[in-house]
Ligand binder design. Sequence first.
Ligand code: ZN
Length: 199
Amino acid sequence: MLPRSVEKFIEVFSKLPSLGPRLATRLAFYLLGGDRTTLKGLSEALQDIQSLDRCPQCFFIKENSRDLCPVCSDKERNNGVVAIVEKETDLIALEKTGRFRGNYLILGDLPERGVLESGQKLRLQSLKERVKKDHDGKIKEIVVAVSPNSFGDFMVESIRQEFKDLTEKVTRLGRGIPTGGEIEFADEETLGQALERRV
Ligand SMILES: [Zn+2]
């Protein structure tokens, strides 16, 4: 009943998080019913993000044309301090506080059962190699900035083990973020204080 192009739109969009076939269908008709500027804007935005890929150092997004993301290429930052976060949105939340001047490593969502996936192990490995190569084998601090829950505790312990010869200390965010709370939803002040009071 629907033109093939609309069916395809619905098929693609219904796979996105929090959209299902019903919302994707509504979105299709919304876009087709409105003026064409929205549709054109969406199309351009989708085109533009194709020119991004992952920073090989922290795994945040970067422009294809650049070697590193803006954080990693900022020479003013203290690259002897590295915060390990789960998600890009956590990095953004920490940056918004303006109280962290180190670098990052994005690990991806921590699996519930406590065993890191192979891609996550590779990311930790890349940090180890970077410490050996660029920092004579030791950095000042690793901040495990993951949401406070039982797996967060486990992560801190396993990072302590894995990096015991490679960092002077391993810290985690101080009190303030409710247990089980999400870093990306903490307000800036709370998160900023948790950063300053890291333990
Ligand atoms: Zn980076």
